[in-house]
Design a binder for this molecule. Structure first.
Ligand code: MOS
Length: 747
C-alpha cells in the first residue's frame, strides 16, 4: 500500500500495452538492417586474426577480381576519417565514443577482430567471399588477455571519508574478501548495423543506436562535415544493453565506403564480431573490506577495484557508484584502477558500475551478517543512513527500508532458519538469500514537440529513441494524460536527428527526462490552441479572450462551463484554416551538471531469492524471486514490471552462465556465439514476483517518475550467490557460479 496516494490520473499509472506492439508482431516495424535502397551494396569487414601486432601487407589481388566486388577498402583508400572530440555534456552537444581511434587509422592491431579492411560487393554473399579472399600478413606478438588483474596504472581515490584503514584495524568484526566478475558480452538479438547513404553533400545514416543525437555529433566529426550534413535515423531497436549507446567502427566504415562509392552501403555486424568490436562489460576484480561493531554497526568500508580496459582507451567500470551512500559508515575509501589488455574497448552494460559494485558489496554484507550472527535484512536496517554521507546532502527520496520490509513479508523471510542447509521442501534443500540494490535517478536534457492536428489527433516528437523498453508508449501516455485524449489519437515520433534533440537511451533516464518536456510541450500546444480559438472567425469564441477559455479532454470551452458545451479542437483548427498548433517543451539535465546537487537522487530496491539444491545430483535451481523496487511513480506498471523481470532474468544469467572467454594464445573471444556464450533462458527462470513501493519523487519531475531499465539487475547476482551459500555452505566469490564450485566443496 503506497504511503502517499498518487493524484488521480487517467492514463498514467495504468497498464498500457505497447503502442508499437502491433507493428512489431506483424513485422511492419522497420529495423536498421531491414532498410533497402536502389543500388545498395554490402560491406563485410576483414577482421584481424591476431590480437597484438602490426599489419605487414594486405593483398587484395584475388578479392578484387571476384564477382560483384565494388572495392576492397583499407587504410590507403578509405578516405579521411577523423577523431571525434569527446564532450561530456549530456545534451544536444554530446559527443562520446568509447573506441576513439577511427577504424583503419594505423597498421597496429590491438585486439582480435579489429577491422583491417572492408570488402564491398553487390550482394552480402559476394562481399563475404571477397573478405575471406583478402590476404593479410601480420607481424604478431603475444597478446595480453591475462585474467588475473593487478592495477597497472596508479590507483585513483574515488571517494573517501574518515580513516578506513585505522577503523578496520580496530574493529571487532572484519570481512576482507575479493570478488571477481568475468567480461560479459551484451547480446541483444538485433545485430549492430549501419546503412549509410551519401548524396554528394550529406549523409543519411540508419543506425542501431541508443542515441541518435550523439551518433550524429560523433559521425559528423569523424567524416569531417558539419552536423547539419548528417542525419541519423533509428526507429526500432532489437534492444541495446549499453553496447549501442555510442558509435562503433562499423558506422564510420559504412559511411566512408558510401562516400567513396556514391552508393548506399549496408554493414551488418555478425554475432561473432559482436564479441570483438562493439564493447563488453570488462573483467572486474574488487577487494572489499568491511568492519563492524558486535551490534552490526558498520565502522569501515573499503572497495578497491580494477577493471580491464583496452590498449588505447580508458573505459572505467565505476564500481563505487552506489557505495558511498548505500549505508551509514563513518570511514570509507573507494579506489579504482585499470589494467590494459588486448581486447576491444569495454563499454557500459546494463547498470554499469553499480551492477558489478553491488555484486561485491552486497555479497560482503552477507558475509558480515554471518560473522555477526545477524539477520542480513536486519544488518541493512541498522545501517540505514539519514543522508547521503558521500555527498553530505539529503536523499531526494529513499525508501529502501520499505523495500526490505515489503520484500521480507511477500517472501516469508521471517520463516528463514539461518543455519546452512537446514531448510527443506519436497526433499530439496532450500537456500534463501537477499540483497539490496540502487541505481542513479537523474535527467538528461530533452526537448519535445507536441502538435494538435485538425484531424483530432496529436503528434509528439523528440529526438530520443525506443530501445525496446517502451519509450513510444510512455510518451504517448504522457501526451494522452495532459491532452485528455485517447491513446490511439496520439502519434509518437522518435529516432531521428531532424526532431528536437532528445536524450540518450542510457542510465535509465529517458522517462524522467521526457516527463517535464512532454508535459510542457502539451501545455504550450493547448495555450496556442486557446489563442487560436479566440481569433478564429466563425467560432463562437471569436472575440473572447484566451484567458476566458479552457481546454478539457479535446474540447475548447468557456471557463466554468462543461467541456461538452465547447468545440472539439479539430473543428476549431479547421475554422481557423490551421493544420496544427504546436508547443515545444524542454527539461534541463541534472546528470553531468557542474553544480553540486542539493539532493542525492537514486532508486532503491531489494531482491529475495530462493534456490533449490539437490546435493546428490548437484542440481541447483533458482525457484523463487521476489523483487521490490522504489523507483518513484510507475507510469506504466506493465512495462515497468517487464523491465524488472527482464533484468532479474539477466541476473540469473550473470550468476550462473555469462562469461566471455579469451584464448590466451590468439586473444580471440572463443565462445563468440549464442550456443557457447550462455544467457538465461526460460528453463532457468521461475515465476518472478515484482512489487513497486510507489513514492513519487517529485524532485525529479512533476509526476515523480524515475527510470527502471537497469536497477533490476543491480544486486540480483549477490542475492542469488547469498542464497547459494545458504543452501550449500559454499561461498562463491567469482562469477559465474559453476557446478564444479559447489562439487569441489562437498562435504
Ligand atoms: Mo544503459 S548500460 O546506460 O544502456
Amino acid at each position: 500500500m503506497p504511503a502517499s496516494q498518487p493524484d488521480p490520473l487517467s492514463v498514467i499509472g495504468k497498464a498500457q500495452p505497447r503502442v508499437d506492439g502491433p507493428l512489431k508482431v506483424s513485422g511492419k516495424a522497420v529495423y536498421t538492417s531491414d532498410h533497402h535502397f536502389p543500388g545498395m551494396v554490402y560491406a563485410v569487414p576483414v577482421c584481424s586474426t591476431i590480437a597484438n601486432g602490426e599489419i605487414q601487407g594486405i593483398d587484395t589481388g584475388a578479392a578484387d577480381k571476384m564477382p560483384g566486388v565494388r572495392a576492397i577498402f583499407h587504410r590507403k583508400n578509405i578516405g579521411r576519417l577523423f577523431r571525434a572530440g569527446i564532450s561530456r555534456s549530456f545534451g544536444a552537444e554530446m559527443s562520446h565514443v568509447d573506441e576513439t581511434r577511427p577504424p583503419l587509422e594505423d597498421d597496429v592491431v590491438r585486439y582480435y577482430g579489429q577491422y583491417v579492411a572492408l570488402a564491398v560487393a553487390d550482394t552480402f554473399e559476394q562481399a563475404s567471399a571477397a573478405a575471406d579472399a583478402v590476404k593479410v600478413t601480420y607481424r604478431s606478438r603475444q597478446p595480453n588477455v591475462e585474467t588475473r588483474l593487478a592495477p597497472e596504472t596508479n590507483q585513483k581515490v574515488e571517494s573517501e571519508r574518515g580513516d578506513a584503514a585505522k577503523a578496520f584495524g580496530a574493529a571487532a568484526i572484519q570481512v576482507d574478501q575479493t570478488y571477481d566478475l568475468p567480461p560479459e558480452t551484451h547480446n541483444p538479438i538485433e545485430l549492430h548495423a549501419s546503412v549509410a547513404i551519401w548524396d554528394g553533400t550529406a549523409f543519411t545514416l540508419y543506425e542501431t543506436t541508443q542515441g541518435v543525437v550523439n551518433h550524429r555529433n560523433v559521425l559528423a566529426q569523424m567524416l569531417g562535415v558539419p552536423k547539419d550534413k548528417v542525419r541519423v535515423v533509428s526507429k526500432f531497436l532489437g534492444s541495446g544493453f549499453g553496447n549501442k549507446l555510442f558509435p562503433w567502427t562499423q558506422s564510420a566504415l559504412a559511411a566512408a565506403a558510401a562516400r567513396q562509392l556514391g552508393k548506399p552501403v549496408k554493414f551488418v555486424v555478425s554475432r561473432r564480431m559482436m564479441f570483438q568490436s562493439v564493447g563488453h562489460r570488462p573483467r572486474v576484480s574488487q577487494r572489499i573490506r568491511l568492519s563492524a561493531t558486535r551490534e552490526g554497526k558498520l565502522t569501515s568500508l573499503r572497495q578497491d577495484w580494477v577493471n580491464h580496459t583496452s590498449i588505447l582507451d580508458d573505459y572505467k567500470e565505476n564500481c563505487g557508484e552506489a557505495t558511498p551512500f548505500m549505508y551509514s559508515v563513518p570511514n570509507l575509501r573507494i579506489t579504482s584502477a585499470a589494467a590494459r589488455r588486448n581486447v576491444g574497448s569495454p563499454t557500459a552494460m546494463r547498470g554499469p558500475g553499480a551492477v558489478p559494485g553491488l555484486w561485491a558489496t552486497e555479497s560482503a554484507m552477507d558475509e558480515l551478517a554471518l560473522k555477526l550472527g545477524m539477520d542480513p535484512v536486519q544488518l541493512r536496517l541498522v545501517n540505514e543512513p539519514k543522508i547521503d554521507e558521500g555527498l553530505k546532502i539529503p536523499f531526494s527520496s529513499r525508501h529502501l527500508k520499505e523495500c526490505l520490509a515489503t520484500g521480507a513479508e511477500k517472501f516469508g523471510w521471517s520463516k528463514r532458519n539461518p543455519r546452512v542447509g537446514s531448510m527443506q521442501r519436497d526433499a530439496l534443500t532450500l537456500g534463501w538469500g537477499m540483497a539490496a540494490c540502487s541505481w542513479i535517478a537523474e535527467r538528461f536534457a530533452c526537448i519535445a514537440n507536441v502538435e494538435l492536428l485538425d484531424d483530432g489527433t496529436a503528434r509528439v516528437s523528440s529526438g530520443t529513441q525506443d530501445i525496446g523498453t517502451g519509450t513510444y508508449t510512455i510518451l504517448a501516455q504522457l501526451a494522452a494524460e495532459k491532452l485528455g485524449l485517447p491513446i490511439d489519437k496520439i502519434e509518437v515520433v522518435l529516432g531521428d536527428t531532424r526532431l528536437p534533440p532528445g536524450p540518450l537511451s542510457g542510465g535509465s533516464m529517458v522517462t524522467a527526462s521526457a516527463v517535464p518536456a512532454v508535459m510542457e510541450a502539451a501545455g504550450k500546444a493547448i495555450d496556442a490552441l486557446l489563442a487560436t480559438a479566440a481569433k478564429a472567425t466563425g467560432s463562437k469564441f471569436a472575440g473572447r479572450k484566451a484567458s476566458e477559455l479552457e481546454y478539457t479532454n479535446g474540447f475548447v470551452h468557456a471557463k466554468g462551463e462543461s467541456a461538452s458545451s465547447g468545440i472539439p479542437f479539430a473543428d476549431l483548427l479547421r475554422m481557423g484554416n490551421l493544420r496544427a498548433v504546436s508547443g515545444l517543451g524542454s527539461s534541463q539535465a541534472t546528470f553531468g551538471s557542474a553544480t553540486k546537487p542539493k539532493l542525492s537522487s537514486h532508486s532503491f530496491g531489494a531482491h529475495f531469492v530462493e534456490v533449490t539444491w539437490q546435493p546428490e545430483i548437484a542440481r541447483l535451481r533458482v525457484s523463487r524471486v521476489v523483487t521490490v523496487i522504489d523507483a518513484g511513480r510507475i507510469l506504466n506498471p506493465l512495462a515497468g514490471r517487464n523491465q524488472i523481470e527482464g533484468a532479474v532474468v539477466m541476473g540469473i544469467g550473470m550468476s550462473f552462465f555469462e562469461e566471455t572467454l579469451y584464448d590466451p594464445r590468439s586473444g580471440a573471444p572463443i565462445n563468440s556465439n549464442l550456443a557457447d556464450y550462455i544467457v538465461a533462458s526460460n528453463a532457468d527462470v521461475p515465476a518472478l514476483e515484482v512489487h513497486f513501493v510507489e513514492f513519487p519523487d517529485t524532485n525529479l519531475n512533476e509526476l515523480g517518475a524515475r527510470g527502471i531499465g537497469e536497477i533490476g539487475l543491480a544486486g540480483a547476482a549477490a542475492a542469488i550467490a547469498n542464497a547459494v551459500y545458504h543452501a550449500t555452505g559454499v561461498r562463491v566469490r567469482e562469477l559465474p557460479i559453476k557446478i564444479e564450485n559447489l562439487l569441489s566443496h562437498q562435504r
